[in-house]
Design a protein around this ligand. Structure first.
Ligand code: ZN
Length: 403
């Protein structure tokens, strides 16, 4: 009897694994035929047909097209069912909060934004919760079609407990924001650091596809390093790996938000670029942005990027200095991790070659020759979508793993 049970559970286990592989393959590759699926999963068409039928019953898979053959109409193309297993992606940052309802084809069905700027205050959390509750209420989609919630945000996030050690306001009387939402919405909630979400997005849908070892540098309101090793996001023991922004670059530099002196963040993040340009304008440096010298507070990073496109001499110089420092910091990570590609993400990636060229120059200067020959440095092609795409992939991968 024992033997039979064991055999049964092995058969069930194998069946579950194969179904997971089918969902995964359809998520990554989109629409496909049964013979193609059988080929990818190294199994027979009859066996795949049986498994796909089961997944159609469970609303995971649906028929995407039918063909007319000798025996009449028959399903020919299959895809993930776009009506089910929808995911809410909540993207929290210091320059706004967005909520996206995304289907299993990673199409955005609804997108809402709020002028809520992440800060360590209970008022922020209260407003965030209100935004989430009202957004979910206003969307005309039955709750049972939504399977999970994914959150991307900055800070040191303990993925197991969901506690954010940087933004402690997100831990409501000791309960993590993740646990609070799980209880409120009665569905799984997953939380990931924004830089890790970005590198996962690049790995699954961007320039990192078909690469096993990827670094992405996220240059936004801070500087974060996303690490993919052997195709998986590297988290570190507590989920904190990749805090490149807090290596010391200038022992006599400014105090960083982390409390230490001269971190890479203080000289290469978007606010620090803005700060240096404002200072130079006040000192009378020649620039297309001269009109902001009298009221520097009105200068935004958007204006700086516009001036960069016009090859403004001051902006070009500051971006070059920034790129060289970023490249010097990155060289440390390259020498340790030996990646195949470095992908530049975040708002400053919009400066294009003006930032990537000095980064490449610094990598040439500070990395061992053997590394440099095989590495490519590229700007993101995901146009600001890597974060939410990565968050969606993170949730889907977790859902598939627990299928
Ligand atoms: Zn720091």
């Amino acid at each position: 009897m024992k033997e039979v049970l064991r055999e049964d559970s092995v058969v069930l286990y194998k069946k579950r694994k194969r179904k997971q592989n089918i969902i995964w393959s359809l998520y990554r590759n989109g629409v496909t035929t049964l013979p193609q699926l059988a080929d990818v999963l190294h199994t027979s068409v009859p066996s795949i047909t049986d498994l796909v039928d089961g997944l159609v019953q469970e609303n995971w898979v649906s028929v995407a097209a039918t063909a007319i053959g000798n025996n009449g109409r028959r399903p020919s193309l299959f895809a993930l069912n776009p009506e089910h297993h929808l995911i809410w992606v909540i993207d929290i940052s210091t320059h706004g909060v967005s909520m996206l309802l995304v289907n299993s084809w990673h199409d955005v069905i609804f997108r809402y934004q709020a002028d809520l700027f992440l800060e360590n205050s209970t008022l922020f959390v209260r407003q965030l919760l209100e935004f989430i509750m009202t957004t979910v209420e206003r969307v005309p989609v039955p709750r049972e079609q939504v399977s999970a919630i994914g959150i991307a945000m900055p800070g040191l996030i303990d993925e197991e407990t969901g506690l954010n050690l940087t933004y402690e306001c997100m831990n409501l009387s000791g309960v993590s924001f993740k646990d609070w939402l799980t209880h409120e919405f009665m569905m799984p909630v997953f939380i990931i650091n924004d830089t890790k979400a970005t590198v996962l997005g690049e790995s699954r849908f961007g320039k990192g596809q078909d690469k096993r070892h990827i670094l992405s540098i996220n240059i936004d309101w801070g500087v974060g390093l996303g690490i993919v090793l052997n195709g998986e996001v590297f988290q570190g023991a507590s989920g904190f790996a990749g805090e490149l922004g807090h290596i010391q670059m200038d022992p006599l530099g400014e105090r960083c938000t982390c409390g230490k002196i001269g971190c890479l963040d203080t000289i290469t993040s978007a606010p620090s670029v803005l700060r240096r340009i404002k200072r130079a304008l006040r000192e009378g440096h020649e620039s297309l942005l001269q009109k902001y010298a009298a009221n520097p507070d009105q200068l935004t990073i958007g204006e700086v990027l516009k001036a960069a496109r016009k090859k403004d001499p001051l902006v070009t110089k500051v971006l070059e200095e920034t790129g060289l420092l970023l490249g010097k910091g990155l060289a440390i990570a390259i020498n340790i991790l030996n990646p195949e590609i470095i992908i530049i993400d975040g708002i400053l990636s919009q400066a294009g070659e003006q930032l990537t060229q000095p980064i490449k120059d610094a990598i040439q200067m500070y990395c061992l020759g053997a590394f440099v020959q095989k590495i490519s440095v590229e700007n993101t092609t995901l146009d600001g979508n890597a974060r939410w795409l990565g968050t969606h992939a993170f949730v889907m991968e977790n859902l598939i793993a627990t299928y």
